[in-house]
Design a protein around this ligand. Structure first.
Ligand SMILES: N[C@@H](CCC(=O)N[C@@H](CS)C(=O)NCC(=O)O)C(=O)O
Length: 306
């Protein structure tokens, strides 16, 4: 967050600067190719988390390579644990400035680096996942799931907008609010959506029925961070995730899928938020709890139809 992103006590997220697209036919100048693009992520970051989940669910691990930054960020921004062997960068900022020397925004993850032209293609997180789903189809192994089925796209996009505004970004709007009004507005909208989703998930295993879609991928990273971080650190404490039987069972059901569970690192998540965001937590002390068992059994498979 920068002071430029605060208006009347409200957090208004910066626009994404790099918005080129990788396309299957190469018409954008960035053709989908195996081994060409490097996805830069942090395990702590929810926007990056969704890109790792999709890469893994789709079986694109050999096609799109991955670089992971340290969870703790200081004034120099995200840092690679060692100099990144592929890009040669020690900090994510170097990739942004190599692509646009005038760049003045935050140096954010996720972003995608093109090893051929040696510049960033995109940091436009909403499109990184759908790009993998729609433009890398030639590289998908047989049996890869369709996370963004054509006939459901309008409905998925609609639900994603609500999830983004009130949940994914809603927790940040609550946590970064510097006025009571801005905080109240964000928290009320967040829990209103949780109530709606709780109801929606009473009769279906996933948000769109029997199969995981892009909407589940987008909701999950916020749920995974909810009780561990957002409940305390961002004051989203009207209820806990564990107070919602359906949402909590659904979150555990997703966690049991390796693409979700293996990309969820609670330790890095907690350390990142509590240590890095000193505007919210000046001492940098990381809380011990809460003690939550994400492996507790659930019976969501019984909701599958047919
Ligand atoms: N690209 C978006 C979302 C991605 C994002 O905010 N990522 C965070 C981590 S969760 C980040 O990289 N922050 C770097 C910073 O604030 O300096 C943005 O610009 O707000």
């Amino acid at each position: 967050m920068t002071t430029r992103e605060m208006t009347d006590g409200r957090f208004v997220r910066q626009a994404n600067r790099f918005t080129d697209k990788i396309t299957a036919d190469g018409s954008s100048g960035y053709p989908a190719e195996s081994g060409r693009y490097r996805l830069i992520v942090s395990y702590a970051c929810p926007w990056a988390h969704r890109t790792m989940i999709v890469r893994s669910l789709l079986g694109l691990k050999e096609v799109i390579n991955l670089a992971v930054v340290d969870p703790i960020r200081d004034e120099k921004g995200w840092r690679f644990p060692d100099r990144d062997p592929v890009t040669g960068a020690s900090f994510v900022s170097e990739l942004y400035l190599a692509s646009d020397p005038e760049y003045q925004g935050r140096y954010t993850v996720p972003c995608v680096w093109d090893t051929r032209t040696r510049r960033l293609v995109t940091n436009d997180f909403p499109f990184i996942t759908t790009m993998m789903e729609t433009e890398f189809t030639d590289y998908l192994p047989t049996g890869a799931p369709d996370l963004y089925p054509v006939e459901l796209r309008p409905e998925i996009d609609g639900l994603n907008e609500l999830i983004y505004a009130t949940v994914n970004n809603g927790v940040y709007r609550a946590g970064f609010a510097t006025s009571q009004g801005a905080y109240d507005e964000a928290v009320e909208a967040l829990f209103a959506t949780f109530d709606r989703l709780e109801e929606r998930l009473a009769g279906r295993r996933y948000l769109f029925g029997d199969a995981v879609t892009e909407s589940d991928v987008r909701l999950y990273p916020t749920l995974a961070r909810f009780d561990a971080v957002y409940n305390g650190h961002f004051k989203c404490n009207v209820r806990r995730l564990t107070d919602y039987p359906n949402l909590w069972g659904y979150a555990r059901d997703l966690f049991s899928i390796p693409a979700f569970g293996d990309t969820t690192d609670f330790d890095q998540i907690k350390r990142h938020y509590y240590i890095t965001q000193r505007n919210v937590n000046p001492s940098g002390v990381v809380p011990k709890g809460p003690l939550i068992d994400w492996s507790e059994p659930q019976d969501r498979a019984a909701l599958t139809s047919g």
